[in-house]
Design a protein around this ligand. Structure first.
Ligand SMILES: [Zn+2]
Length: 119
């Protein structure tokens, strides 16, 4: 499941690529647990760009498979573009991780089924 409420698995977390909803449309779980809660998406975004873009580029450059200036420009381009593309999804990941490790913070599970079919 992607972009779904961690409580009921039905409601979306994101309205679109750039906007997050405040609460689940199905079970009314408030997504933000406290002020600044979603700042946790930043280290996730940082870790992903380093692990899956910058480090592989350094490896490719050090093996001389790519010229140095190409590596620098690709690295910079990815580092600037990635947060715009992925930050909201990193916030979803942060929300999911929060409830994995702080399961006691999750309000009681509901016995409801999704009002519409979701994949
Ligand atoms: Zn929900």
């Amino acid at each position: 499941m992607v972009n779904r409420c961690p409580r009921c698995g039905c409601g979306s977390i994101l309205k679109n690529l750039f906007h997050r909803l405040q609460e689940c449309s199905e079970c009314k779980l408030e997504y933000s647990r406290e002020d600044g809660f979603f700042i946790g998406g930043i280290p996730i975004s940082y870790g992903l760009i380093c692990g899956f873009w910058i480090v592989p580029l350094i490896v490719v450059w050090s093996l001389e498979w790519l010229p140095g200036d190409w590596s620098v420009w690709l690295g910079l381009g990815g580092a600037f573009a990635w947060p715009f593309i992925s930050y909201r999804y990193c916030q979803c990941l942060w929300l999911g991780l929060y409830f994995v490790f702080a399961e006691n913070e999750m309000p009681d599970q509901l016995e409801q089924k999704c009002s519409e079919d979701h994949e």
